[in-house]
Structures are given as C-alpha cells and as structure tokens.
Design a protein around this ligand. Structure first.
Ligand SMILES: O=CN(O)C[C@@H](CC1CCCC1)C(=O)N1NCCC[C@H]1C(=O)Nc1ccccn1
Ligand code: NI
Length: 186
C-alpha cells in the first residue's frame, strides 16, 4: 500500500518533470500503480485507516507524486453525504482538457498538496468548468464535463502530469486578487 513516505516532496525533480504518456494495454506495473493510488485515496478518506497508517486525506493523487513520471492520476471526490456515491471516481490516464469556460474558478480556502509540506495562501486561479478527455484503466476513451470542485481537483491532478504545482497559479503581487467573474468555490 502507498504510505506518506512514498509521496515525494518539493525538491524532488520528478515533481517538475513532464510525465510520459501511458501505453495501452496497461502493463502489470501500471495496473498495480493505478490500483494502489486509488486505494491510497480510499484509505486516506477513512478516518480509522488514515489514523492507523498516518495518511493525509486526499481527493487526488498523481503518479509523479509517487515518483513515477507517467500521465496517470487517481481522483476520488466524495459526495457531501457519505452514504451517497462519490461525485467523481476514476483513474484518469493521458488526460487532456479539450475545452473550458472563460470564467475562472478557485477554491475559497485556497489549495494544498500532499507533496508540499507548507501552507501557501491565495486563490489558485483555474477554469470553473472543463471538458476533459481521458482514458480509463480499460483503455476506454471518456469525454466528460466537470464544473466547480471536481473540475478544480482534476485540474490540480493534470497539472502534476506537466510539472505544475498549485502555487504556480497564485498571483504573486496579490494572492487574493479576484476579478469580478471569478467563481469562488467552497
Ligand atoms: O495532487 C493531489 N494532492 O496533492 C492531494 C490534494 C488534492 C486537492 C488539493 C486542492 C484540489 C485537489 C488534496 O487532496 N489535499 N491537499 C492537501 C491537504 C488536503 C487534501 C484535501 O483536499 N483533502 C480532502 C479534501 C476533501 C475531502 C477529503 N480530503
Ligand atoms: Ni497535489
């Protein structure tokens, strides 16, 4: 199972590298990696398991964060009501944002990252809505539209595949600068 010690932190060059496209059919190693990353998210969102294994709860995990420079990320966005199905759950492979809203969106609380051991305040300016094309573990092409929180999460993960970290999107002069059409997502 993936533990915090397996997650690389700032300073490791893999975090700033352009990850390679994944070939299909998935190798045994890539299948294991995809399953292990999703398992991490599930474990980390279970308070007892998170405590038992010392896991930081996460809604996404990209392969470069476990030092594998490939275009693959697990996403598990839970619903508000824990009894319901997750809002979005899949392993996104070779993802591409094929269109997006002009309107920007940002999490009201800012963002963090399991690979960044410090708090960096400010609005992380992203697209409020995206159309995402990706391949799932079976190699099936998916084309989905996401908005608000799930859209933000997927953009955070896709950034990791291109060596981009959340704070790259924070306005250096005024971290909380917001033009009037910025959608603040809580
Ligand atoms: O690349 C992937 N990462 O770095 C894990 C990040 C991804 C999210 C950050 C902002 C958008 C995507 C992550 O999940 N977090 N960031 C650091 C600590 C908090 C944690 C988090 O938001 N946890 C959470 C939220 C809701 C429900 C359950 N858990
Ligand atoms: Ni991250």
């Amino acid at each position: 199972m993936i533990k915090m010690r397996d997650i690389i932190r700032e300073g490791n060059h893999t975090l700033r590298a352009e990850a390679k496209q994944v070939k299909f059919p998935l190798s045994e190693a890539d299948q294991k990696l995809a399953n292990d990353m999703m398992e991490y998210l599930e474990n980390s969102q279970d308070p007892e398991l998170a405590k038992k294994y010392g896991l930081r709860a996460g809604v996404g995990l990209a392969a470069p964060q476990v030092d594998v420079s490939e275009q693959m990320a697990a996403v598990l966005v839970p619903s508000e009501n824990e009894d319901d199905e997750p809002v979005f759950k899949d392993v996104i492979i070779n993802p591409v944002i094929i269109s997006h809203s002009v309107q920007p969106g940002a999490l009201t609380e800012g963002e963090g990252c399991l690979s960044v051991d410090r708090d960096i305040a400010g609005y992380v300016i992203r697209h409020d809505r995206i159309t995402l094309r990706y391949y799932n573990m079976a190699g099936e092409e998916k084309k989905i539209r996401l908005k608000n929180y799930p859209a933000i999460v997927c953009q955070h993960e896709i950034d990791h595949l291109h060596g981009i970290l959340f704070y790259d999107h924070i306005n250096g002069d005024n971290p909380f600068a917001a033009d009037d059409d910025l959608v603040l997502i809580s």
